[in-house]
Design a binder for this molecule. Structure first.
Ligand code: UT7
Length: 382
């Protein structure tokens, strides 16, 4: 009786609203930004004992973008530019954005949040926002969080940023870690839809297993001091081989779980979008589900590992190839350990959108460093 009464009341009170309609969260635009300076393996091998050959063979990175102090500082510098491009491409009124989530491990400050700084810089005057710290899995988690705010029916338009100023915590005397990382940020607009598309499923996990991958000092457990600075404890510490094994196993298991749950096979997955930590990890995960590398987004060779930035930077770069209805599996793994995978049906044809403001980055062999700098400089003076 009670149920009948309640549903009767809802139908009577809201005749135009079907209470059964499922709200989904779909990406409707992508923006991105990478800083000007290009650090290639040749230059790196001048200050640390390494070589282009070793880095290409063991990691797959050729060049990385670095935010130099003379250009700017803080991850908000990168995210602000990414969000500006997103707003320009989507023509969304900044005042209509209700929330911004910034996934980063290199926030400008402990507080305030980077989200508050980026919101202020980009005119999101009706939004609230916060940072998400889940290392390299941050953007993956942040999309799920944003999608759930949208699924609740209360929010319709959210910006999700992912990015890191990794050079701010990279020890350029440590050859085990410094070739891996780069700086960059990208963002997506997530909006409500009643179509069967957008972020449809996710599998996420976290476990306290951080001795192999962490920054030892600077937080409340080990406050900064002269000793911690002298001991270089404000940089990334990583035991690569151990982390490698966890990354391959956990990302592969997560992808397999999501694929099975949603009837996804190598025949119908359009894109695998993996965290860009090491090209050998990406290949191993792709092999596990048998997907051809032509369907795997890979940009580690020129972007390196930008931590929270890797997944959205892939979308930014591959946007021209994305089509409405494409089936994507995202997967990421990072410190914590934090990891997972998600399933998304893409919501729009990317080619026309990307045309409005193409993704810009330096790619070895496609243009000279000088041409890249010239290109950036001519845009600034316009
Ligand atoms: O994004 C968050 C999650 N992170 C990851 O998923 C990263 C996972 N780990 C990795 O990607 C790889 O383990 C690394 C790229 C970090 C290291 O590659 P590796 O093939 O596992 O190398 P390794 O640490 O086992 O070192 C092999 C050798 C060592 O020399 P010996 O002891 O065999 O003589 C290292 O000292 O390579 C040496 N080495 C280098 N040689 C030249 C380590 N770094 C370098 C270097 N240049 N940059």
């Amino acid at each position: 009786m009670g149920l009948v009464h309640v549903s009767h009341f809802l139908i009577f009170s809201f005749p135009n609203i079907s209470v059964m309609e499922q709200i989904n969260a779909v990406i409707t635009g992508v923006g991105g930004y990478v800083p000007d300076y290009i650090l290639d393996n040749e230059e790196m091998s001048q200050f640390v004992d390494t070589s282009d050959e070793w880095i290409m063979e063991r990691i797959g990175v050729k060049t990385r973008h670095i935010l130099r102090p003379e250009q700017g500082s803080g991850v908000s510098y990168l995210m602000t530019r990414a969000v500006r491009q997103l707003l320009e491409k989507t023509q969304a009124d900044p005042a209509s954005v209700e929330m911004i989530i910034c996934a980063t491990t290199t926030p400008d400050y402990h507080f305030p949040s980077t989200a508050s700084i980026v919101a202020g810089n980009t005119g999101l005057k009706n939004a609230f926002g916060f940072d998400m710290e889940a290392a390299c899995a941050g953007f993956l988690y942040a999309m799920e969080v944003a999608a759930n705010y949208i699924r609740s029916g209360r929010y319709k338009r959210i910006i999700v940023c992912g990015g890191d100023h990794m050079s701010s915590m990279t020890n350029y005397q440590d050859r085990n870690t410094c070739p891996i990382f780069g700086d960059g940020a990208a963002c997506v607009m997530m909006e409500a839809t009643t179509e069967e598309m957008g972020l449809l499923d996710g599998y996420y996990r976290v476990e306290a297993n951080f001795e192999h991958l962490h920054m030892a000092a600077g937080g409340s457990a080990k406050m900064p001091s002269h000793e911690t600075v002298d001991a270089r404890e404000h940089f990334v510490y990583q035991e690569g081989r151990t982390v490698f094994k966890h990354a391959v196993t956990k990302m592969s298991d997560a992808v397999e779980t999501i694929a099975k749950r949603n009837g996804l096979t190598k025949e119908n997955i359009t894109w695998l979008v993996p965290h860009q930590a090491n090209v050998r990890i990406e290949s191993a995960v792709a092999r596990r589900i048998g997907i051809d590398e032509a369907h795997v987004m890979i940009n580690i060779d020129h972007m390196a590992n930008t931590s929270g930035g890797t997944l959205p930077l892939c979308l930014w770069e591959y946007e021209p190839q994305l089509k409405k209805g494409d089936k994507l599996i995202f997967t990421a793994f990072g410190a914590g350990f934090s990891w997972g995978a998600s399933y998304m049906v893409w919501g729009y044809d990317g080619a026309a959108e990307a045309q409005k403001s193409p993704a810009q980055f330096y790619k070895e062999g496609e243009m000279s460093r000088e041409d890249w700098y010239r290109l950036r400089h001519s845009e600034k003076s316009e």
